[in-house]
Design a binder for this molecule. Structure first.
Ligand code: F3S
Length: 297
């Protein structure tokens, strides 16, 4: 069995930066208490390692006291949340991904200019909630064409942005519907390259592999999207959180090629562990050694 690892998989730039920021926090500058506002990333192993370092996730700002440190995760937060944190005199360590920050700026600017903001994404996702916080919570949020179709027609000028992890083809289709609903429509391409690269590599690999293993948190939206893409091309697609879930791939010995991809919140060490275990399973089942390699262009 040949194991092929997608060229782009695992931690994206923004998550890598946020994780490094958290692990580099100096406790003596923070009165000893350091928190993340919500879980830093959707990955249990990373959260556990942060807990061991003394960094806990909180969801309620009321738990903070003066001089505490609070790390803002890559998803970002709304303007009013920054204001609430400043009122509490806590030290803010801002690990918002620069690509998400750019969306905040677009939304703030266009909202101030009088545009109706439309966010294309999941309304319950923290990134979308944060973006909406830069237009006073007045954005219309749609996640599919049906919801866009249901919007009332308006003579307003509309500015559309997308959640960074949204599927580009779906965003394009939704925008076509939105265009018909507003007098003037402006679209910003806010989908992150890291997402596009991971999605297109996953699509490419899943077309040639006999089976696909997608590694990532079940509550991670970008992992779920990779899973959906792979599943469309390759019926034998499995979503696992770590190597301990690999035994479910019982028929692995019958496969010639297995592709691996991983969500943007999946650390390198988890991917390596999965590869190691798969190679080990292969050796035990076939009595021969296989090598993993990056996907050739
Ligand atoms: Fe940032 Fe893109 Fe990652 S928006 S957090 S680099 S998926």
């Amino acid at each position: 069995m040949e194991i092929i690892v997608a060229r782009y998989s695992g931690f994206c730039f923004g998550v890598d930066k946020a994780v490094k920021t958290a692990f580099n926090v100096q406790f003596d500058q923070c009165d000893g208490r350091v928190f993340t506002l919500g879980e830093l990333i959707h990955n249990a192993q990373v959260i556990e390692a942060l807990n061991k370092k003394g960094i806990q996730a909180i969801n309620d700002i009321d738990e903070l006291r003066e001089n505490d440190c609070v790390i803002i995760r890559a998803h970002g937060i709304g303007r009013h949340v920054y204001e609430m944190l400043r009122e509490r005199n806590v030290r803010i360590i801002d690990a918002t991904c620069p690509y998400v920050k750019r969306i905040h700026e677009i939304v703030r600017e266009k909202h101030d200019e009088g545009y109706q903001i439309v966010i294309v994404g999941d309304p319950t996702h923290p990134e979308v909630i944060g973006i909406n916080g830069w237009c006073d919570g007045k954005a219309l949020i749609v996640s599919d064409e049906k919801e866009a179709e249901e919007l009332a027609c308006s003579d307003a000028r509309m500015c559309a942005v997308a959640q960074t992890t949204f599927r580009r083809s779906k965003y394009d289709a939704i925008f076509e519907t939105l265009k018909k609903k507003f007098a003037f429509a402006l679209k910003f391409d806010t989908i992150c390259n890291a997402t596009v690269q991971r999605q297109s590599e996953a699509a490419r690999l899943s077309k040639v592999a006999d089976a696909m293993v997608v590694i990532g948190g079940r509550n991670s939206s970008n992992t779920q999207k990779l899973y959906e893409i792979c599943r469309q091309n390759c019926p034998q697609t499995y979503l696992i959180e770590n190597a301990s879930e690999l035994p479910s791939l019982k028929n692995i010995k019958n496969l010639k090629t297995v592709g691996i991809t991983a969500g943007a919140s999946t650390p390198d060490w988890v991917i390596k562990e999965v590869i190691f275990h798969m190679e080990d399973m292969t050796k035990r089942q076939e009595g021969e050694i296989d090598f993993s390699k990056a996907l050739e262009e």
